[in-house]
Design a binder for this molecule. Structure first.
Ligand code: PGA
Length: 256
């Protein structure tokens, strides 16, 4: 049985003091919810402060991005080595990075290759754009993104995939549970094809895009969906807690 995961992507929000306040507002309750991995991904500059507050708890920390080189003259970049000291997970290939910062499949692949070398677990984001969805190209686009991201990766140790249709991110227009379940099932088939069935069955694949406390049950009840990557509402402690609680309860019930 796969352990479900809810990851909160705070994006470019919160100052250090705001990040500290947000974590303080949820860490005790969050810590107590079991049967689920709870990951928070604040901005780089708050990782150390937030990490200090959740130390010794069951809450895990992730970064939102990284560069693929270990160190050197890359002004302004953050290396895998720097992150490995601070956190366990790193979001890679988020559609906002692909869209606004020209991250290509090749760059995403280099990052996916670099992360495990220092023990970081990538949360790899893939998903189709609206026009691709409307043209019926979802399967083709998602398959291509998955295969190019994972080129040359032999060991998927700890890697998590987030299926995030671009048209659903930050729009308030989430996919339906059935739609997301179908595409995630397809991603799982691709993993079986690229690696083997055992790896595919064990792989955690999340849904992301306008997930809220009001719609999380729709996703958590689907057999292929192992949780969610939550953006906007992960900045609201009560809503994030509700998403985590609901997912934990639903998955516990389904596993009986
Ligand atoms: P959203 O973002 O929940 O605000 O739609 C999801 C994401 O970008 O991971």
């Amino acid at each position: 049985m796969r352990v479900p995961m809810i990851a909160g992507n705070w994006k470019m929000n919160t100052t250090v003091s705001e990040a500290v306040a947000l974590v303080n507002g949820m860490r005790y309750e969050l810590d107590e919810i079991d049967n689920i991995d709870k990951v928070i991904c604040p901005p780089f500059i708050s990782l150390a402060a937030v990490g200090g507050l959740i130390k010794g708890s069951s809450i895990k920390l992730g970064a939102q991005n990284m560069y693929f080189e270990g160190k050197g003259a890359y002004t302004g970049e953050i290396s895998p080595l720097m992150l490995a000291d601070l956190c366990e997970f790193v979001i890679i290939g988020h559609s906002e990075r692909r869209q606004y910062f020209n991250e290509t499949g090749e760059i995403v692949n280099k990052k996916i290759l670099a992360a495990p070398k220092v023990g970081l677990k990538p949360i790899l984001c893939i998903g189709e754009k609206l026009e691709e969805n409307e043209a019926g190209r979802t399967e083709e686009v998602v398959t291509e993104q998955l295969r190019s991201s994972l080129a040359g990766i032999n060991n998927l140790n700890g890697l998590v995939i987030a299926y995030e249709p671009v048209w659903a991110i930050g729009t308030g227009k989430a996919a339906t549970g059935e739609q997301a379940n179908e595409t995630i099932g397809l991603i799982r088939c691709n993993i079986a094809d690229l690696y083997n069935k055992e790896i595919a069955v064990g792989m955690r694949i999340l849904y992301g895009g306008s997930v809220t406390a009001a719609n999380i049950a729709e996703f958590a009840n689907q057999p292929e969906i192992d949780g969610a990557l939550v953006g906007g509402v992960s900045l609201k402690a009560s809503e994030f807690l509700s998403i985590v609680k609901q997912t934990s309860e639903i998955r516990r019930r389904l596993s009986r």
